[in-house]
Structure formats: structure tokens, C-alpha cells
Design a protein. Structure first.
Length: 487
């Protein structure tokens, strides 16, 4: 197998609001079928990934138009996202007089938009009646995970294809049935980070629609820290496993609206030409999100897992296959369960018990990492043992020296101890590693304020405020600025 084209598939790539990406994609035009872009959030809400704050929404239509035209020169189509799950029903009831109708007509008639991705059947019907030339694909947010749902859509609206719900990502037989019975173009998101049976999915999608990004106040990353073998069932499809979908899937979609262009291009290369790779795609993992024993941290999927999982009946309690493979393939000992128990207790805020479990694991002298010591340090801080917290964070820094959050936390601990030179040094390193993180400047401002270095404190607080901190913190930072200025 040489490329994704040998499988009869092509890629669809996220637009990350970086025009450089459009130029880079021209190099891979033979593999890229299309790009998907957010709609103007002043007209219709977005859903899913973070929308960058630097976007000028007043001029975004022009930007989108340029993207559409540039991509079309390379034979690459553009899909406009209309996949929000929570929007004013008046947009449907009063579609003829809605701003959305005016916007779509402009995008189609003036800028040459050819395709859209949609969540709602009633809205899709209105749009198709008004703009029959606009091709429609059903969004993953519509939750199509069965032949019945696919047929409902096909009977209700003249759709071209469906991006299937990630519950089906590894259910090849079900995807094949939908393909054979509907004949529609089918897509899946191959680098999807979601939990397949996430209990927070609807809330996540609605929050994303409401606030314009995907932060949903639910730590779904942490759920697989407690049962890491579950990721074998999750939505991610490594490039080597695309061969199982030959003749079934048409489009391999890559999420990434909030990641750097270089990372998007890396994934395009991996999914178009590195089809022997069992490496997990690195989307935008948060620092320290996954501990050393986690498959996403090791970044390699066992080659034997896919065929078993694709036919599995999800009877995990009685099967145990994935857990067994996880231990054996990654060379872990059963001592690792102490570590998992530590994370479980930490998550439930039972910090003393978490410390006991983490320390039991550390006494086994098995592999460790920065994440373990970081969480151990947090536990010690929460039980007011600053000295042991500092020791743990210093170990974390030794093991994972490039993470700004470690230096941020260590700086706070040195401040609590009263070691202000060490605190300043740590915070300056945090700023060097992450110069656009507001909390780095805020903590350093607090240190300068305590030392009565008013001008330096003011600079740090103003810098922190310039990076749009969370509302509660922004108010406090503004209070500190006004206090220093005497207003």
C-alpha cells in the first residue's frame, strides 16, 4: 500500500485561520479532497474546536472567500460548517428573512462556496430549497451511528454524504452496511480524541455552540487515565488501519481547527503516505495530560488490537483482552495500578490517599514521568506540605523540562515558601516557554507586588490582562492595577 489514494480515499483538513496552511496544502493537492472552515460566528454559531481569538469576524467573509478561491485553483473543495447543535429556532422558522440566508447566498453566489456541513434536518431542508446547488453533508454532531439514521437523513434531504458518529469508527461492518444500502459518500474523523461513549457529549456540543469553543468543564482526558486500555475502543484510527476501510470510506477527516499549521501538515503526510504507521496522531494534547503508561503518551497502538476491537461486543468486564494487551505490549508491571489508583484518588480530591498510592508506586522503582510528580506535587500542596510539593515539582521539571505549567506551579510554591528569587526565576522560565499565557505574568506580578516593586508588578498585571484571562481573574487583576495606580 503506497498512499491513501490506493485505498480509494482522500483527506479533508481543518482550516485553522492561518492562510499559510492554504499555500502548504497545494503541495498535497492530490491527497486532499477538501478543507472545512468555520462559519462567521456573528451569523451562525460554531461548534467543536476552539476558534482563535485573533479572528477579525467583521472581515472574516472576505477571508473565507479568499480561502475558497485559492483552494479551488488547486482543485480542493471548501466545506462551510453549519453544525452547531444549539441555535435560535427562528433561523429555521423564519429562514426566508434570516441573516443566515443572506450570508449563505453571498458565500455561494459571490465567493463560490460549493459545500456545507450541517447538523439539523429542518435547516438543511430550508437551505436546500433555497440553494439547490449547495452540496450538503451531515455532520458528526448529528450522531448518525446506524443505517436507520442514515436513511432518515437520505429520505428527508438531498444529501451527498455523512460524517459518521465516532461510535462507528471501529465498527467496520456497520459502516460497510451503511455504504452498501445508501450509496452515500462516507467520512469519519480519524484523529478524533473523543470518548466513544462520552456521557458529556451533548453538553459539550451545546457549550461549544454557546461559547464558541470546545471547553466543556468536563475532564474527558482524565477518564482514560483511569482505564488507559479503553483507548483501543476509542475513535482514533492510526494510519496503518485505514486499509480495513478500503471500498467503504471515501473521506478521512482530520480535526485540528485550533492547532498549528506544521502539525496539520504533519498529519496530512502521515495519513496520506505513511500507511504502515501504528503511531497515534498527536492532535493538541495538553501538557501532562497523559501519564507514561497511557497509549497516547507512548503514541503507539498494538498492531493486533484493531481486528479484535472492530468485532468486539463491549463486554469489557468479562473479556479483559484490551487490559491484558495494554500491560504486555507496553511492558508494564502490575505495580502500575498503584499509579492509576493515585490518579483516581486525586481526581476525587482525596489527596492524602492519592499521596499514599503514588508513593507506593514510586517505591517500586519502576518508570516515572513528569505527570506523576506534577500530580504528586499538587497533592502535597493541597495538604499544605510545601517542602514536599517543591521536591516533587523539581523532580517533574527534571523529567519534563519543557512544560511551562511546571515552572508556573513551582514559582507559586517558591513564593509560598518565601524564596522570591527562586520564584522569579521559575516564572521567567515559564514566560519564556509560554509567552502568551496570562497566569505566568499574573503570578510574577503578585511576587513583584509583595516585594513592593510597583512598576514591575504593574507591567506584569497589564501584560496578564492583555492575554484575556478568565473573567473572575480579570476582575482581580484589574483591581491590582487600579490599586497600584491609586485609582
Amino acid at each position: 500500500m503506497k498512499t491513501i489514494l490506493d485505498l480509494g480515499m482522500k483527506l479533508r483538513v481543518a482550516y485553522n485561520h492561518d492562510r499559510e496552511l492554504i499555500g502548504r496544502l497545494k503541495e498535497y493537492r492530490e491527497y486532499v479532497d477538501s478543507v472545512y472552515i468555520a462559519s462567521n460566528i456573528k451569523i451562525f454559531p460554531t461548534s467543536g474546536a476552539l476558534v482563535k481569538e485573533a479572528v477579525d469576524w467583521d472581515r472574516y467573509d472576505e477571508e473565507a472567500g479568499c480561502v475558497i478561491r485559492e483552494l479551488k485553483k488547486s482543485g480542493i473543495k471548501t466545506y462551510l460548517l453549519l453544525n452547531a447543535t444549539n441555535f435560535d429556532p427562528e433561523i429555521v422558522r423564519g429562514y426566508e428573512r434570516s441573516e443566515l440566508r443572506k450570508y449563505l447566498r453571498k458565500m455561494v453566489k459571490e465567493y463560490g462556496l460549493e459545500k456545507a456541513v450541517i447538523f439539523s434536518i429542518p435547516l438543511a431542508q430550508r437551505i436546500k430549497e433555497d440553494l439547490p446547488e449547495l452540496g450538503l453533508e451531515v455532520s458528526i454532531t448529528a450522531g448518525v451511528d446506524s443505517l436507520e439514521k442514515a436513511r432518515y437523513w437520505q429520505d428527508a434531504v438531498d444529501i451527498e454524504g455523512i460524517c459518521l458518529h465516532h461510535r462507528l469508527n471501529k465498527k467496520v461492518d456497520k459502516i460497510k452496511l451503511i455504504k452498501e444500502r445508501t450509496g452515500l459518500r462516507l467520512a469519519v474523523i480519524a484523529n478524533d480524541q473523543c470518548l466513544v461513549e462520552c456521557p458529556n457529549e451533548l453538553c459539550h456540543d451545546n457549550f461549544a455552540t454557546y461559547i464558541g469553543h470546545s471547553i466543556s468543564v468536563y475532564d474527558c482526558f482524565f477518564m482514560t487515565v483511569l482505564k488507559p486500555w479503553d483507548v483501543f475502543h476509542q475513535a482514533k484510527i492510526v494510519p496503518a488501519n485505514l486499509k480495513h476501510y478500503k471500498g467503504i470510506l471515501d473521506i478521512v477527516k482530520l480535526e485540528g481547527r485550533s492547532i498549528d499549521t506544521s502539525k496539520i501538515i504533519s498529519q496530512v503526510i502521515n495519513y496520506s503516505t505513511n500507511l504502515n504507521s501504528y503511531e497515534y496522531p498527536d492532535n493538541a494534547y495538553r501538557p501532562l495530560a497523559y501519564p507514561f503508561y497511557h497509549p497516547y503518551s507512548i503514541k503507539q497502538e498494538p498492531a493486533s488490537v484493531f481486528e479484535m476491537v472492530s468485532k468486539c461486543k463491549n463486554d469489557c468486564d468479562n473479556c479483559g483482552y484490551c487490559e491484558k494487551i495494554w500491560l504486555e505490549y507496553y511492558g508494564l508491571t502490575k505495580d502500575v495500578y498503584y499509579c492509576i489508583d493515585g490518579y483516581r484518588k486525586f481526581h476525587k480530591k482525596r489527596y492524602k490517599e492519592a499521596i499514599e498510592s503514588f508513593e507506593k508506586y514510586l517505591s517500586s522503582r519502576n518508570k516515572t514521568d513528569g505527570s506523576l510528580y506534577y500530580h504528586l506535587g499538587l497533592c502535597y500542596r493541597y495538604v499544605n506540605d510545601v517542602e514536599k510539593a517543591i521536591f516533587a515539582l523539581e523532580k517533574a521539571v527534571q523529567l519534563n523540562i519543557s512544560e511551562w505549567i511546571l515552572y508556573n506551579f513551582l514559582g507559586s510554591l517558591y513564593r509560598d515558601k518565601g524564596d522570591f528569587p527562586a520564584a522569579e526565576k521559575s516564572l521567567l522560565e515559564a514566560i519564556r516557554l509560554q509567552p502568551d499565557e496570562w497566569s505566568n505574568y499574573n503570578v510574577l506580578g503578585n511576587i513583584y507586588s509583595f516585594l513592593h516593586q510597583r512598576e514591575e508588578a504593574l507591567k506584569m498585571y497589564e501584560k496578564a490582562l492583555s492575554f484575556n484571562p478568565e473573567a473572575g481573574y480579570a476582575g482581580r487583576i484589574l483591581e491590582n492595577i487600579n490599586r497600584i495606580k491609586g485609582t
